[in-house]
Design a protein around this ligand. Structure first.
Ligand code: SAH
Ligand code: SF4
Ligand code: F3S
Length: 466
């Protein structure tokens, strides 16, 4: 179900704007977690800027501080409590308004802890993002603390204002929630069940981005290649675009867009139509994120990933056959409960075989409420860290090897702007998401240019514009 009638909620933006008028108020936002959260933060910024706040990176001068939280691993939680501890004094000194939203607020024990030990004005969750203006208004007017969390799945909200971070690359969320319940993962509990946005709304958003000059689109969701599956099965999708493969083809037809990426797909949903759409659509990146999590069939089963080591490797082979020059990135968790040395070696074995271009490596983190947290055979921290270091060493060896293959090749690079670390150079990425820096002038920004790679430096490549 889609909710487009949010005028009542949005009226509060105008009400707050009137209160704020002439006050030159500033806001600061701190975003944790994945690209979905970053995209949500762009919507929060859109709402807040319409209320008359301007953004500041300096928290000390902020009148409104917003935390958009993540709870996928424990270190995210520790970070938030550190930040809330710091901002407490500022609130006492100058009445800074504190708003806390996002995934972590969907966890009751966290909300309880904040209420008990920290200062805040508004707490909102993943299903109540669009109600933030109303909640903030009530907090300001009534000078009381507002907690607005919904346990049931929020509707898909269309029509929120958005203030994007970039002017060339944009993210478009195509679905909310997750139905997979991998046993280690908190996401299905804090983001709710899988529900897809209408294809027409997605395509209209991409079209208006293209008109505004955006060149690269990343389609976002926790399981993008099951886009519209639930709706299809329930007979709720009236559009002809009722699958991820069809959506990719439709986005590919939008004029002005040069590159299309997507995260995250699940290996179990890589049906042939998706593989063929990647192959056929010239704008769709041939760099596929294929989350492995573990290379051991036994561990994969305990994780509820519903594929085996062999099925994963077969899928990689099939994609290599069907999609010329396809390359892969992945997510891997080390130290899942019960992971033996042999299981871990299976993970290393898959890494050696696939030679991923990019690996996001995580140490298993116990999450309250997930099945894996209750498993008895938890792995000692020391072993987890040792395995992590071994995986990292193998990965770095492979990056060097992979990077060498780029030297002397010519890559089409969408120029993103000047490098943040060295402003003498322009920067962009290869199709496989490797950062390339090269000399050139600002007229190239936003264009796709051929760049010859001349040297490699572990985390980036040096090139020359041809
Ligand atoms: N839906 C996406 C991303 C989920 S979160 C997917 O399935 O790929 C991003 C990554 O965080 C996951 O892929 C997983 O590798 C990691 N992760 C999730 N829960 C974790 C936990 N409890 N401990 C450590 N890493 C975790
Ligand atoms: Fe978590 Fe698994 Fe869903 Fe990804 S697919 S969000 S890892 S439950
Ligand atoms: Fe974190 Fe929520 Fe994303 S838990 S990884 S911000 S969906």
């Amino acid at each position: 179900m889609t909710k487009t009638d949010i005028n009542e909620e949005l009226e509060y933006i105008e009400k707050i704007r009137k209160i704020n008028e002439g006050k030159n108020l500033k806001y600061n936002i701190f975003t944790m977690g994945c690209q979905l959260n970053e995209n949500d933060s762009e919507k929060i910024c859109g709402m807040v800027e319409k209320m008359g706040y301007t953004k500041t990176e300096n928290i000390a001068e902020a009148d409104l501080v917003i935390y958009n939280t993540c709870c996928v691993r424990e270190n995210a939680e520790e970070k938030l409590f550190g930040k809330l501890g710091e901002v407490k004094k500022q609130k006492e000194a100058r009445g800074t308004i504190i708003a806390i939203g996002g995934c972590m607020m969907q966890e009751q024990h966290i909300v309880d802890k904040i209420k008990k030990s920290y200062k805040y004005d508004v707490i909102f969750g993943t299903h109540t993002l669009h109600k933030f203006p109303k909640d903030l208004y009530n907090a300001i007017m009534e000078n009381k603390k507002i907690t607005d969390i919904l346990d049931i799945d929020g509707e898909i909200i269309e029509g929120l204002p958005i203030k994007r971070d970039d002017s060339i690359r944009a993210s478009v969320t195509i679905m909310n929630g997750c139905n997979n319940f991998c046993t280690y993962c908190i996401v299905p509990y804090v983001r709710g069940r899988e529900r897809s946005r209408n294809p027409e709304d997605i395509l209209n958003e991409v079209k208006s981005l293209a008109q505004a000059g955006y060149k690269e689109i990343t389609l976002l969701g926790q399981n993008v290649n099951s886009y519209m599956r639930v709706e299809r099965e329930k007979g709720l999708c009236s559009s002809k675009i009722d699958s991820f493969a069809k959506l990719l083809r439709a986005v590919n037809n939008i004029e002005g867009i040069e590159k299309i990426r997507f995260v995250s797909p699940h290996p179990k949903d890589f049906t042939d139509d998706v593989i063929e759409a990647i192959r056929d659509c010239e704008k769709v990146s041939k760099f596929v994120h294929l989350p492995l999590q573990s290379g051991s069939t036994r561990v994969l089963k305990a994780m509820n990933r519903v594929y085996t080591k062999e099925q994963y490797l077969n899928l990689v082979e099939k994609m290599k056959e069907k999609i010329p020059n396809v390359k892969f990135s992945t997510d891997i968790i080390v130290g899942f409960p019960g992971e033996t040395e042999e299981d871990f070696e299976d993970t290393l074995d898959v890494v050696k075989k696939v030679k991923f271009e990019q690996i996001f490596m995580f140490i298993y983190s116990r999450r309250v409420g997930t099945p894996a947290d209750k498993m008895e055979n938890q792995i000692p921290e020391e072993i987890k860290h040792k395995r992590f270091d071994r995986l990292k060493a193998l990965y770095e060896e492979q990056i060097e090897e992979n990077n060498k293959a780029y030297i002397e090749t010519v890559q089409d690079i969408l120029v993103e702007g000047y490098s943040k670390t060295n402003s003498d150079f322009l920067t962009g990425r290869t199709d496989s998401n490797k950062v390339v820096i090269f000399e050139g002038d600002s007229s190239l920004i936003g264009k796709v240019v051929p760049v010859k790679i001349v040297s490699e430096h572990l985390w980036y490549l040096r090139g020359e514009v041809l």
